[in-house]
Write a protein that binds this ligand. Structure first.
Ligand SMILES: Cc1cc2nc3c(=O)[nH]c(=O)nc-3n(C[C@H](O)[C@H](O)[C@H](O)COP(=O)(O)O)c2cc1C
Length: 321
């Protein structure tokens, strides 16, 4: 995204990046850059709905909803802009703002406010749960492109799109985002997932944090997409818990790796440790720059690319006695 970084580790958008103090700690631990906690379209929409239903009497006239929506939106945007401005004053590392959008409404227009407040880049965290059987995969991909398109009209800073694993054709999604002006993609967001508590007989949330095993989905798609979609930077996200995981993503073709769960679980020190592991690895293999090994084991650079495509365990089981 042409944002100069001193190393390839970014702190992912989350509660870890929602205050200047926490971001300062991450900088001290050596992180290359941060993505601020997202400002959520969904959250504001819910707040509006809640407020309207609580105060039916005063809001039962046509302008009320607009007024409340604008008020809540401006208030939330102001809080985020303040965080961005203060962070930019206190840290030297690049700061990327993050907007969660689920529609291409007027919501996208305040991307410009983030640019004006000094954001080095913008990450669009787009997640849409398709629960309408009449929508085709193409319609859904188009929604992502529409949001991006609208934001690109507002800003000059580089924009990336963070999306989830559940796309029927990830290469096509990346192509579409590139064609609509994305400078980068973040693969993948890890969303709130449901679970069921059998004791209480109710729906709950499943484990919030990833585990190191979750790296494999990201690794497969970073390896494949980096080989097929050019001139778009890939930030790997999900399951990257240590320096070795960052190295693996770079070998697969990622530009940077984002860390989240491991920092929650182990503290910012995990970033210093990861940087040390990367240095040791580079010394061992005599690599001077990340470019010396970036993409070396991507889909197009290995002799058996089928390893990236293999989805069944046939060989594994046929080798077992
Ligand atoms: C507590 C928590 C809050 C998060 N908040 C956001 C957010 O505001 N915006 C966003 O794009 N991703 C958010 N994420 C997702 C992370 O940025 C990251 O993509 C995901 O956790 C996968 O990375 P990991 O395996 O390193 O945790 C959040 C994750 C966690 C665990």
């Amino acid at each position: 995204m042409r944002i100069p970084l001193k190393n390839p580790i970014l702190a992912a958008s989350s509660g870890l990046t929602n205050s200047v103090e926490k971001i300062k700690e991450l900088e001290e631990a050596g992180v290359g850059g941060v993505v601020l906690k997202s400002i959520f379209e969904e959250q504001i929409n819910n707040e509006v709905t809640n407020m309207l239903s609580r105060d039916v009497q005063n809001t039962d006239y046509p302008e009320a909803e607009d007024y409340i929506r604008n008020y809540l939106r401006d208030n939330t945007v102001t809080r985020h802009l303040e965080l961005l401005e203060k962070t930019k004053q206190k840290v030297k590392i690049p700061v990327i703002a993050s907007v969660n959008c689920i529609t291409a409404d007027e919501w996208t227009t305040f991307a410009k406010d983030f640019e004006d407040a000094g954001a080095d880049g913008l990450e669009l965290n787009i997640f849409y749960v398709p629960n309408n059987r009449n929508e085709s995969p193409g319609d859904i991909e188009q929604l992502y492109a529409d949001v991006l398109n609208k934001v690109k009209k507002e800003v000059k800073i580089p924009v990336s799109v963070k999306f989830g694993l559940y796309h029927s054709n990830i290469i096509r999604t990346a192509d579409l985002l590139k064609a609509n002006g994305a400078a980068g993609i973040v693969m993948f967001n890890r969303f709130y997932e449901p679970d069921i508590d059998l004791e209480k007989m109710e729906l709950t949330s499943s484990e919030v944090f990833s585990s190191p095993n979750d790296i494999r989905h990201t690794l497969r798609w970073v390896g494949i997409v980096s080989s097929q979609v050019f001139e778009i930077d890939i930030a790997a996200s999900t399951g990257i818990h240590d320096g070795n995981a960052v190295i693996k993503q770079i070998l697969a073709g990622a530009q940077v790796a984002q860390m989240c769960s491991t920092v929650y679980l182990n503290g910012p020190q995990v970033i210093s440790n990861a940087l040390e592991e990367i240095s040791q690895f580079m010394k061992k293999w005599n690599f001077k720059r990340l470019e010396d090994f970036r993409g070396r084991l991507s889909y197009k650079n290995i002799s058996d690319p089928m390893l990236y495509e293999r989805s069944q365990f046939m060989k594994y089981f046929s080798n077992k006695k």
